[in-house]
Write a protein that binds this ligand. Structure first.
Ligand code: GRF
Length: 205
């Protein structure tokens, strides 16, 4: 499945997806990596893997919608069938979501619907939860509000800082995201409204 990835930062989830593809465990072809951040480490990781990259800096466009229209054109040119957000720091607008004729997935570092938006790990620590985690979900027009595909819990430990919790969650993210994508592309994800059922398959459970 021809897949594009949008990433704004360090790109460790992007790297995990590239690795899963290379090992043969994830049957997608990453055809393009985009970012709105010039110089994002994620772009370097993509280049090292031989994946074409493009930068869509918001300030180069008259308004946000124009940037998203350009993103869509780029995805159509690349015949994208699946879009993965991997630390993409902008919310895609409703127009984009309506016009995207392919699934869009995201990973978020909390157990949604708790702590959507920025600094999810800080929010979790400040709230005082004992368990947080990460969520892979389909992207809808809201903020981290789309149907949930997979979640996994991570304990919050006494003495955790934002960094230590983020790191522990990240290790799970790197396994959970490729796993969720794999299930989707293998047709094992069945959706009824908000509810997503993962169909059982030998070797996956
Ligand atoms: C991850 O924590 C992800 O859940 C969130 O942004 C972070 C991206 O990290 N959406 P990286 O750039 O993949 O290392």
């Amino acid at each position: 499945m021809r897949t594009a990835i949008l990433a704004s930062g360090r790109g460790s989830n992007l790297q995990a997806l590239i690795k899963a593809c290379a090992s043969g465990s994830l049957p997608i072809e990453i055809v393009a990596v985009g970012s709105e951040q010039l110089g994002a480490a994620a772009l370097e990781r993509a280049k090292e893997a031989g994946i074409p990259t493009r930068v869509f800096q918001v300030r180069d466009y008259p308004h946000r919608q124009a940037q998203e229209e350009d993103l869509l054109i780029w995805m159509r040119e690349n015949q994208v069938e699946l879009l993965l957000l991997a630390g993409y720091m902008r919310v895609l607008g409703p127009q984009f979501i309506r016009q995207a004729n392919f699934p869009v997935m995201n990973i978020h570092p909390s157990l949604l619907p708790a702590f959507p938006g920025l600094h999810a790990q800080r929010q979790a620590l400040e709230y005082g939860v004992k368990v947080s985690g990460c969520t892979v979900h389909l992207v809808d027009e809201g903020l981290d509000s789309g149907p949930i595909i997979l979640q996994e819990a991570v304990s919050v430990l006494p003495g955790d800082t934002e960094e230590s919790l983020a790191q522990r969650i990240l290790e799970v993210e790197h396994r959970l995201y490729p796993e969720a994508v794999r299930r989707l592309v293998l047709g094992k994800v069945e959706r009824t409204g908000r509810r997503v059922q993962i169909l059982l398959q030998e070797g996956l459970e």
